[in-house]
Design a protein around this ligand. Structure first.
Ligand code: MG
Length: 375
């Protein structure tokens, strides 16, 4: 029985993780559940799975008898009884949980991008020092992990991330200036939360994934590339010294990488093996970095490292929020991020409190920029 502490249990990845546990009750259980603010959903999950402990960051909830209600400040206790810390919380908030899980010496299944984007130095230091098993959940990084035979230190010559291209791949600059939040939320292949769906439309998400790959596979930015693959069947590829390339294929369904992160190298049976003749052909297209500046802004911030990826992420969270609320245009997401990156000097990443301070300052900057330049 694998006991899971699931952080971010009410979000898209969290709910799909609950599906896996529901499906294999003899294999998995929840030792702890935590969410940001949806207390009602947390209550329902507690009643169903009866974890030892539960925590709701902002909202209120009443757990059933037998479930210990943890208060803010007691987050470290979420990891006391688990075998795996599953970090599915969204945004910068996830970093703190990843660091706490690493401090507790637990295996980490990582679905929170910001942990490595913002806190790569801190997380990898803790992972190395404590010998933590850090397993990627994101479909691209799971694909790379599989192609590397479940070794994060395996030799390769290049990593290539696939991208659906988002809903606007063929749009001109003029068309991009007119797109709405509703247009951007119509993702062609993956069904995800709102923030990451917008990040897929701006290609910021692919920039984040380049940074994550750099940390996960301890490599250089020059050895990581991206290609557009609209069908989202090939989830990423690894090139080797002799010219061979390995790819991992599957239907776009996050439940596969979620369960693999929990059980690897063991695999669980799947409902729907790939039907190649039904797919017909697969398409690969050049990655349009020049029309989607968020991608290059992310990679540049990743190369600079230190506190700058935290500035990038904070500005992006504010800008995407404003775009979803109809307060700024699509191109202004990149503009806000670019201005924030230009306004903050780089410092070495030293601690979580320092990054949290940077995060707050960059959010204030971005909010100010949006209110003076927005609609
Ligand atoms: Mg992805």
């Amino acid at each position: 029985m694998i006991r899971i502490a699931l952080i971010g249990c009410t979000g898209s990845i969290g709910r799909q993780t609950a599906d896996i546990v529901r499906r294999y009750p003899e294999k998995f259980s929840f030792s702890a559940l935590a969410c940001g603010r949806d207390g009602a959903a947390l209550e329902a999950l507690c009643a169903e799975f009866m974890p030892a402990a539960a925590l709701c960051g902002e909202g209120s909830f009443t757990p059933p008898a037998g479930v210990t209600k943890l208060a803010k400040g007691e987050e470290a206790r979420l990891f006391e009884d688990c075998d795996v810390a599953f970090i599915a919380a969204g945004g910068f908030a996830g970093l703190r949980y990843t660091l706490l899980a690493a401090e507790a010496g637990k295996k980490i299944a990582l679905a929170n991008k910001e942990s490595l984007v913002c806190g790569g130095e801190l997380v990898m230091r803790a992972v190395r020092e404590r010998g933590i098993d850090l397993v990627p959940v994101d479909s691209e990084h799971s694909a790379l992990f599989q192609c590397l035979a479940f070794r994060r230190d395996a030799a390769f010559s290049r990593l290539v991330l696939t991208a659906s291209g988002g809903p606007f791949y063929r749009f001109t600059q003029a068309e991009l200036a007119r797109v709405t939040a509703a247009d951007a939320l119509r993702h062609p292949t993956w069904n995800m939360g709102a923030k990451i769906t917008i990040d897929s439309a701006t290609l910021l998400n692919k920039g984040y994934e380049v940074i994550e790959a750099k940390w996960l596979y301890e490599t250089e930015f020059d050895k990581i590339g991206a290609v557009v693959h609209p069908e989202s069947i090939v989830h990423s590829l690894v090139y080797f010294e002799d010219g061979a390339a390995l790819a991992q294929l599957g239907y776009p369904d996050m439940r596969v990488p979620i369960q693999l992160a929990l059980t690897y190298p063991e695999r669980l049976p799947c409902e729907k093996p790939l039907d190649l003749p039904a797919l017909g052909k697969l398409t690969f297209l050049p990655f349009p970095a020049e029309r989607f500046p968020c991608f290059s802004l992310a990679v540049e911030a990743g190369r600079a490292g230190g506190t700058l990826p935290t500035v990038l992420n904070a500005a992006a969270e504010e800008a995407v929020h404003a775009f979803l609320g109809g307060r700024i245009t699509f191109p202004m997401i990149a503009e806000t991020i670019g201005c924030a990156l230009g306004a903050f000097p780089r410092a070495e990443a030293e601690s979580y409190p320092q990054l949290a301070e940077t995060d707050a300052a960059a959010r204030r900057f971005a909010a100010q920029y949006i209110s003076s330049h927005g609609k």
